[in-house]
Ligand binder design. Structure first.
Ligand SMILES: Nc1ncnc2c1ncn2[C@@H]1O[C@H](COP(=O)(O)OP(=O)(O)O)[C@@H](O)[C@H]1O
Ligand SMILES: [Mg+2]
Length: 376
C-alpha cells in the first residue's frame, strides 16, 4: 500500500469516529434529577435533534454540552477529548439560544464578529470573515444595521452566523425557530438544514415540535422525563415507534386493541382479532408472536374513508361520521365505530368525496400497521 493509501485510510477511520459522545449523563438540580442517564454518539456532520415535551431536559442537556451548566455525573467527549471541566469558551462548541441573545447595542457586523474580536483576530481578518458569514446567511447588505431594526427571521440569521464564526466542531441550537411565525419557520428550517449540510457541521438541535424535528434531522432522539425513549431516523421513529408515548408524540394516532390470532410463516399475513372483528395485516416486525396482546398503531393518513356500508370487504369497518373539518389540503374526520372514535385524514378533499355529519361511512384499515406488544 502506498503512503497516500495509508493516509487516506487513517483519514476515513478518523471520519468514522463520533464527533460527540454523551456517556451516561446525569444532572441534578438539588434533589431533582432532570437527566437520568443520557448516552448518545453523534456522527461527524450529522444533525441530531432532541425532541420531547416541555420540561423533559432538552435545554439542560444542551447547556451541559456547551459548558453553561455543571454536569452531575457522566462524560462529554468532543472529538476524542473529555470536555466536562472546560469552560464554554475553551470548548469547540457554540450555542444559539432560543432568544438569540444578540447584543442590542451593537450592529449586525459587530455581533457576528464578536467572538473573533474576543479571540484577538486582526481587524482586516475579522472584516473579511464577517463579510463571508453575512453572505452565507444572505444579510450582506445589513452589516451596519442595529439589531432592533431587524425582523425576527433576520435576527435568527445573525445569531446563526455569530455561532458559526469560529467554525465550532459542534453547533448547538436550542429551539432556534420558536419565535418565528409559522411560514417563516418553514423557510428558516430549510435554510438551516441546507447550510448545515453544505458546511458539514455536526449539529445538535433541540425542539419540542415533532414535525420540525422530523423535517430537519438525520436522526431524532425522543426524550421523556430526563431519559431517551428512542433514537432513530425520522422514518423509523414515525413508522416503528417503540412505545405508545412515542407513537402519540410524533403525530396523530389511532390505537386499537387486538390479539394476534395467526401469523402465516411464509407470507407473514397476520390475523388480528379486535372488538370489531378480524383484521388482516402484513407483519413487518419480528417481535410479535401468535397469542400476543397488541396495540395497533393506525395513522390517520393511512386509513381510507368511503361512503355507505355493507361492502363486506376485508379490513373494512362501518361507522358514522361525527365531525368533518375541511382545511384546504386536508379534511380531518372523526368516525364513530361502536364506542370508538377514529381520526381519519382525507387528502385533497376538494376532489375527493365530501361528507356530511352523520353519514354512514366505511373505514378501511391498511395492511401495513405497526404493532406494539402489550406489557403483561
Ligand atoms: N436552573 C435550574 N434550576 C432548577 N431546576 C431547573 C433549572 N433549569 C431547569 N430546571 C428543571 O429541569 C427540568 C428540565 O428543564 P429543561 O431542560 O429546561 O427542559 P426542556 O428544555 O426540555 O423544556 C425542568 O423540570 C426544569 O424545571
Ligand atoms: Mg427548553
Amino acid at each position: 500500500m502506498t503512503t497516500k493509501g495509508v493516509t487516506e485510510e487513517m483519514d476515513s477511520k478518523e471520519n468514522e469516529k463520533p464527533m460527540l459522545i454523551l456517556k451516561d449523563i446525569h444532572k441534578f438540580y438539588g434533589s431533582n434529577e432532570v437527566l437520568k442517564g443520557v448516552s448518545l454518539e453523534v456522527r461527524r456532520g450529522e444533525l441530531v435533534t432532541f425532541v420531547g415535551p416541555s420540561g423533559c431536559g432538552k435545554t439542560t442537556l444542551l447547556r451541559l454540552i456547551g459548558g453553561f451548566t455543571d454536569i452531575s455525573s457522566g462524560d462529554i467527549i468532543l472529538d476524542g477529548q473529555r470536555i466536562n471541566d472546560l469552560p464554554p469558551n475553551l470548548r469547540d462548541t457554540r450555542i444559539c439560544f432560543q432568544n438569540y441573545a444578540l447584543f442590542p447595542h451593537m450592529t449586525v457586523a459587530e455581533n457576528v464578529g464578536y467572538g473573533l474580536k474576543i479571540n484577538k483576530w486582526p481587524k482586516d481578518k475579522i472584516a473579511a470573515r464577517v463579510r463571508e458569514l453575512l453572505e452565507m446567511v444572505e444579510l450582506e447588505a445589513f452589516g451596519d444595521r442595529m439589531i432592533d431594526k431587524l425582523s425576527g427571521g433576520q435576527q435568527q440569521r445573525v445569531a446563526f452566523a455569530r455561532a458559526l464564526s469560529l467554525e465550532p466542531k459542534v453547533l448547538l441550537l436550542d429551539e432556534p425557530l420558536s419565535n418565528l411565525d409559522a411560514n417563516l419557520r418553514l423557510v428558516m428550517r430549510e435554510e438551516i438544514r441546507k447550510l448545515q449540510e453544505r458546511l458539514h457541521i455536526t449539529t445538535v438541535f433541540v425542539t419540542h415540535d415533532q414535525f420540525e424535528a422530523m423535517a430537519i434531522s438525520d436522526r431524532l432522539v425522543v426524550m421523556k422525563d430526563g431519559l431517551i425513549e428512542q433514537v432513530g431516523t425520522p422514518i423509523e421513529i414515525y413508522e416503528r415507534p417503540a412505545n405508545e408515548f412515542i407513537a402519540a408524540f410524533v403525530g396523530y394516532v389511532n390505537f386499537m386493541d387486538g390479539r394476534v390470532e395467526s401469523i402465516d410463516p411464509a407470507t407473514k399475513n397476520t390475523v388480528i382479532r379486535t372488538e370489531f372483528g378480524k383484521l388482516e395485516i402484513a407483519l413487518e416486525q419480528d417481535d410479535i408472536q401468535t397469542g400476543d396482546d397488541v396495540l395497533m398503531v393506525i395513522r390517520p393518513e393511512s386509513v381510507s374513508l368511503s361512503i355507505d356500508c355493507g361492502s363486506n370487504r376485508q379490513n373494512v369497518l362501518c361507522g358514522t361520521l361525527k365531525t368533518y373539518m375541511y382545511a384546504g389540503s386536508i379534511a380531518k374526520c372523526t368516525v364513530g365505530i361502536g364506542a370508538k372514535k377514529m381520526i381519519v385524514d382525507q387528502y385533497n378533499p376538494r376532489d375527493a368525496q365530501q361528507f356530511q355529519n352523520a353519514d354512514r361511512v366505511e373505514v378501511e384499515i391498511p395492511r401495513s400497521v405497526h404493532l406494539l406488544k402489550k406489557k403483561i
